[in-house]
Design a protein around this ligand. Sequence first.
Ligand SMILES: [Zn+2]
Length: 255
Amino acid sequence: MTPPPLVVAYHGLGQVPHALDPSGLMVPEESFRRQVRRLRRRGYRFVTQSELARRLAAGEPVDGLCSLTFDDAPQDNATVLLALLDELEVPATVYACPGLLGQPWPFIDPRTQIRLCDEAELRRVAAHPRVEIGSHTRHHTELDAFGLDAAREELVESRRELEELLDIEVRSFAYPSCGYSADCPQAAREAGYTSAVTCGPRGARNLPYEMARASPSPPDGPLTFELKSRGLFFGARDLPPVRLARRALRPLRWR
Ligand SMILES: [Zn+2]
């Protein structure tokens, strides 16, 4: 049976101790490899976010399609990610904040010294044939409290800045911290995007401007990854049998 469409949300790829990355934003390269191979075995074919959105809008079948997405554009996206996309022969969509280029990544411990891609690095990412660049607002602005006009301005301006900087067309958007108000989906459509993605328990697979994503994090073992990528994680994680199973499988978890 062909699996339903899937969007996966990552940030950076690499090894960082949990104490320095409590939100689990850095996924080890080997975990990423295994996850992509696992999805391929389940029958997924990989497309960019804008291609997934195009097919959805055209009424074409989207079952069996998977879009791999990366938020924030930390600096490894210009090196590790590009090499892995070539190795695994998959495309990806990278959501960048044009107002934060080259700055320290605010969501990880400063001791890691991980910063966001600077302008030259983001150009390199954008020039890679397997990569689509999307917007993540100018300054990682969370849009939860934004009305239509304010959200539209942030969506339009961040898109314009990226398009001018990189000389590309930007069609895809990711809500920072996955937050958005009721006006944001309409604002994203009016700003010219073809999709906007969220994560966590919000959104749905077939809503183009509130598209749900699965978010793997470093300690996820095969069971957690399966639940997340099948859209079952938020419903299942609190069921007693799942808690027991996760505890039992903990020694087998990928690192
Ligand atoms: Zn982000």
